[in-house]
Design a protein around this ligand. Structure first.
Ligand code: 2NL
Length: 351
């Protein structure tokens, strides 16, 4: 129904739209149309005084009629919205209730440690390799120069599969790998040196689940094999790693050790991350924390992979990212890293 005035007719579309407004929109529209300061109809009413005398009465009346229609439409819509709200309330739905906050998750500290370690080695030319978690005795032990009677191969330490051996003995029995070294053996057998790889993954041992042990845990190993590689390369690379990972001023030390697959072998310590060398309960007063084992690849291991040990040499290391995460974040119990309790991740994980 036309008002008889084109500039007032322009508001009719807005009048028709009122019954579809939501409550916030309704409030805004009331102000936009009827508001004392800048409402569209208020402005039209103010214009009345500027018109020639004979036009004032007719226009003023049209504005007032339109104003009455708007007021009625707003009131009707407000009532309808209130009725809807009451109906919802009676049905037990409260749309004003705050939503449940959804936790988007966090990066696990072990994942973060593994990613950072891999990143540091990638930065100096290493690639990443992965391999099977079910292995044979040959790849897991014998190729690595474990003597056939080594206690690590015992049922008490290693989880064997209840399955037929893949080959006749020796070395054909199936097991859950106890370290990621078999992937290094596979890498050396498949691609000739130069080899520079890091290998992250889960490993398994027949251990009790207590504050410092778990039957399943992560390991990350590295291997460099080429012509002319020496212990100097091992030390320089691992010291570089420690400084990148723990900070540029980090002190390191190497102690002699023993592994069947390396000769000579060593363990690397970094200054205690909690007391910075002065001695505390975490480092048992020594000021040092062991972070990895390493050594020059035993010539027998190279020969087992079909390589000429007179021509090639190499070094390798292995470390446990759980231990490193515990040292770095001061986590007292390995089970906190493995149980998947979201309350722990909410506190320690990186969002
Ligand atoms: C440790 C010690 C180590 C290796 C792992 C390795 C692999 C091949 C040849 C020679 Cl194929 N060595 N790996 C070497 C030294 C130490 O791990 O304490 N891990 C948690």
């Amino acid at each position: 129904m036309s008002t008889g005035y084109p500039d007032l007719d322009a508001l009719l579309a807005r009048l028709e739209a009122v019954p579809a407004l939501g409550s916030a929109e309704l409030e805004a529209e009331e102000i936009a149309v009827l508001g004392r300061k800048s409402g569209a109809l208020t402005a039209a009413l103010k214009r009345v005084a500027t018109l020639p005398v004979d036009e004032r009465k007719g226009f003023g009346a049209a504005v007032n009629r339109l104003k009455t229609r708007f007021e009625a439409a707003f009131a009707a819509r407000r009532e309808a919205l209130e009725a809807e709200r009451q109906a919802r309330e009676q049905a037990g739905v409260d749309l004003t209730m705050p939503g449940r906050e959804r936790w988007v998750g966090a990066e696990h500290p072990v994942t973060r440690v593994v990613d950072e370690i891999i990143g540091i080695f990638r930065g100096i030319g290493f690639t990443v390799a992965v391999g099977p978690e079910v292995e044979t005795e040959w790849y897991n032990f014998l190729a690595l120069n474990f003597p056939p009677e080594h206690p690590a191969m015992d049922l008490h330490d290693t989880l064997y599969l209840d399955a037929a051996p893949v080959e006749e003995e020796p070395g054909g029995r199936l097991l859950l790998r106890t370290h990621t070294s078999p992937v290094q053996i596979r890498t050396l057998m498949q691609s000739p040196p130069p080899v520079r790889v890091v290998i992250p993954g889960m490993v398994y041992r027949s251990d009790a689940f207590d504050a410092s042990h778990s039957p399943a845990f992560h390991q990350i190993e590295g291997l460099a094999v080429d012509e002319g590689i020496s212990f100097v390369d091992l030390k320089a690379t691992l010291i570089h790693f420690a400084r990148r990972f723990f900070g540029p001023a980090t002190k390191t030390r190497f102690r002699p050790s023993f592994f069947p697959f390396t000769e000579p072998s060593a363990e690397m310590d970094v200054e205690c991350q909690l007391c910075h060398g002065s001695g505390c309960p975490a480092c048992k007063g020594t000021g040092w924390m062991e972070i990895l084992g390493c050594g020059m690849v035993h010539p027998a291991v190279l020969e087992n992979c079909g390589l000429d040990a007179e021509r090639y040499t190499g070094w390798a290391f292995g470390m446990g990212p759980h231990r490193i995460a515990m040292l770095r974040y001061g986590i007292p119990d390995i089970r906190l890293l493995l149980e998947g309790d979201m309350r722990f991740l909410e506190r320690v994980g990186r969002p």
